[in-house]
Design a protein around this ligand. Structure first.
Ligand code: PMP
Length: 425
């Protein structure tokens, strides 16, 4: 039997250290919100493969759809000999996306690839180069998306030069002392100091910053950005890679604001564990690039497309959007009870819509001095007690909960109890 220690040593020898590992727990199998490692140890999984498993590990309907597709064909390349599942999925997403007027959808493979394509489409549609994103935002690790990501360590250091024409504005968050007015003032300053609005193709924002700390974009900011975009002919892009598919208690996170973006990038929970991403957008915008300008060999893989159709069925039939709100309320009330205890690690800023909940670990109760070391220790203690957790945040002191929306009440309760133990030690 392989042990985690043994595999970790092989990992160190065979894989570059740049591929960091959060938990040295080598997965052997997983079901819904549970995972077993190579040593046979069971864990409750509150990470969901970083927001990929809103429908849980191996949802039976997703697996059945993929098995049926496996028996038919696994790849043709959509641009060579297309297939219906891609079209059916595009039609379905076009009908549910919160976008004004007719929409079209392209499929790619990873979240970063979706973002890259959204930028290409925005540039083709506007004839402009500039992209404005937000500090603390995360959009990927490819060369362009690394530049759009608003965090130097560990994503940008040693990888310069960055691609040109990417600008960052501050993201509002009360504990950091940044308001909506500050963000808007900074964009106005960008327009005067760095790039005139008539050269900006798109403003790109996560409705809830994911890697940046599960920080919701205030509705006032999203509304103001929509107005700014309309005034200057700029496209508004919502990066829903982490917020999409029910996680926030709406199908798409931007729906909480009522704002309609011009494009939405999607990935992660779209296909329940199969690699699939996409860009949904206004049809006229999406049709700007010429034939052959968009695509990719694996883009819109047929196994992933049928998985995504099954995921959408499951979200609907199991009412997972509503379930996200129930799960979120359970988590939040438990966290508030834990926060009120004096004998646990100080936690604060419990936040997030639906089941996209995070909280911060700080040095002193009532203050806001981030404690990244304690956050790491809590993750390790949780793991020792059988719970897989993830951290996030620009100060690496936020713990984010990404429990599958298909989790049973009993396993949710079990995971939260372990979390409490890990915070109490
Ligand atoms: N955008 C957001 C909002 C994300 O959270 C992520 C991944 N964490 C990405 C883009 C990049 O996705 P991928 O890792 O699939 O390239």
């Amino acid at each position: 039997m392989s042990t985690n220690t043994n595999l970790q040593a092989r990992h160190a020898a065979a894989v570059p250290r740049g591929v960091g590992i959060t938990h040295p727990v080598y997965a052997a199998r997983a079901e819904n919100a549970e995972l077993w490692d190579e040593e046979g140890r069971r864990y409750v999984d509150f990470a969901g493969g970083i927001a990929v498993l809103n429908t849980g590990h191996r949802h039976p309907k997703v697996i059945a759809a993929v098995e049926a597709q496996l028996a038919r064909f696994t790849h043709t390349c959509f641009q060579v000999t297309p297939y219906e599942s891609y079209i059916a999925l595009a039609e379905r997403l076009n009908s549910i996306a919160p976008i004004e007027g007719p929409s079209k959808t392209i499929f790619l493979t990873t979240g970063a690839e979706a973002l890259e394509n959204a930028v290409k489409i925005a540039r083709a549609a506007t004839g402009r180069p500039g992209i404005i994103t937000f500090a603390g935002g995360y959009h990927g690790r490819t060369l362009l998306t690394m530049a759009m990501t608003g965090k130097v360590l560990p994503y940008k250091r040693h990888f310069a030069p960055m691609p040109a024409e990417i600008y960052h504005a501050p993201f509002p968050f009360e504990p950091f002392g940044v308001t909506v007015a500050d963000s808007l003032r900074a964009i106005d300053m960008l327009f005067r100091a760095d790039i005139e609005p008539s050269r900006v193709a798109a403003i790109l924002i996560e409705p809830v910053q994911g890697e940046g700390g599960f920080i919701p974009a205030p509705t006032a900011l999203l509304v103001a950005l929509r107005q700014l975009c309309d005034k200057h002919g700029i496209l508004l892009i919502a990066d829903e890679v982490q917020t999409g598919f029910g996680r926030t208690g709406k199908m798409f996170g931007i729906e909480h604001s009522g704002v309609k973006p011009d494009m939405i990038t999607i990935a992660k929970s779209l296909a329940g564990g199969f690699p699939l991403s996409g860009v949904i957008g206004r049809a006229t915008v999406m049709d700007a690039p010429e034939p052959g300008g968009l695509g990719g060999t694996y883009a819109g893989n047929p196994l992933a497309c049928v998985a995504a159709l099954a995921v959408l069925d499951v979200i609907e039939s199991e009412k997972l959007v509503e379930r996200a709100n129930v799960i979120g309320a359970t988590i939040t009330s438990r966290l508030h009870r834990i926060a009120a205890r004096n004998d646990v690690v100080p936690i604060t800023a419990i936040r997030g819509p639906g089941a996209m909940i995070a909280f911060d670990i700080v040095k002193d109760r009532g203050g806001y001095v981030p404690d990244a070391d304690q956050t790491r220790a809590v993750l390790a203690r949780a793991r020792e007690h059988g719970l897989i957790l993830l951290s996030c945040g620009v100060n690496a002191n936020a713990i984010r909960l990404l429990v599958p929306l298909t989790v049973s009440d009993a396993i949710l309760e079990e995971g939260l109890s372990v979390l409490e133990v890990a915070l109490a030690a």
